[in-house]
Design a protein around this ligand. Structure first.
Ligand code: 5GP
Length: 188
């Protein structure tokens, strides 16, 4: 682990902030970046692809991977488990790649302990009102899930000070450019 040459980037932000879209733009603009595909026990959304957005697996499968030490970190978010597969991340880092983990704050904390050199970027909403509106308008969660996600969001924003960089997503293009600038400073 100590011999890693690549940079590990922790990319966090509350649900609905638009971090997936920001990340999509960033990855399209810089093909050298490597995004880790997480494991999750949550159900697949209509627009998602298994193996691209997540590896959608069952709880027993997830638990088996934890037992086999195949998961770098994992966290419970709402009713589900989310985690980072270990082998690909180790491989990419040893190849000197910049590896991006889309991760909630608890997982990011755990990774910081394992990889103190990792760099955290937190995507902030312009306001809580705007966040709630975005979360509702995407229409992928029911009311109780939305309430739970807003509650988690408050807590996550409280942890944003632990990150190296904060980027406010009030404009997708601007936020993506900011993230790219940060990443380029890290490895150029
Ligand atoms: P969603 O259900 O909206 O796709 O994701 C819920 C939360 O799980 C988001 O904050 C997302 O960043 C986080 N998440 C996604 N993948 C991972 C992972 O591998 N590990 C951890 N700890 N959190 C993750």
């Amino acid at each position: 682990m100590e011999n890693n040459k690549g940079v590990l980037v922790l990319f966090s932000g509350p649900s609905g902030v638009g971090k997936d879209t920001v990340l999509e733009i960033v990855l399209a603009k810089d093909k050298s970046l490597q995004k880790s595909v997480s494991l999750t026990t949550r159900g697949i959304r209509e627009n998602e692809i298994d193996g691209k957005d997540y590896y959608f697996i069952s709880l027993p499968e997830f638990e088996k991977m934890i037992d086999n030490n195949e998961v770098l970190e994992f966290a419970r978010y709402g009713q589900n488990l989310y985690g980072t597969p270990k082998a690909p991340v180790d491989k990419w880092l040893s190849e000197g790649k910049t590896v991006i983990l889309k991760i909630e704050v608890q997982g990011a904390n755990n990774i910081k302990k394992l990889y103190p050199e990792s760099v955290g970027i937190f995507i902030m909403p312009p306001s809580m009102e705007e966040l709630e509106q975005r979360l509702r308008s995407r229409g992928t969660e029911d009311e109780s899930d939305i309430q739970k996600r807003l509650e988690i969001a408050q807590d996550e924003i409280g942890h944003s000070k632990d990150y190296d960089y904060l980027v406010v997503n009030d404009d997708l293009e601007k936020a993506s450019e900011n993230v790219l600038d940060i990443l380029h400073k890290l490895y150029k």
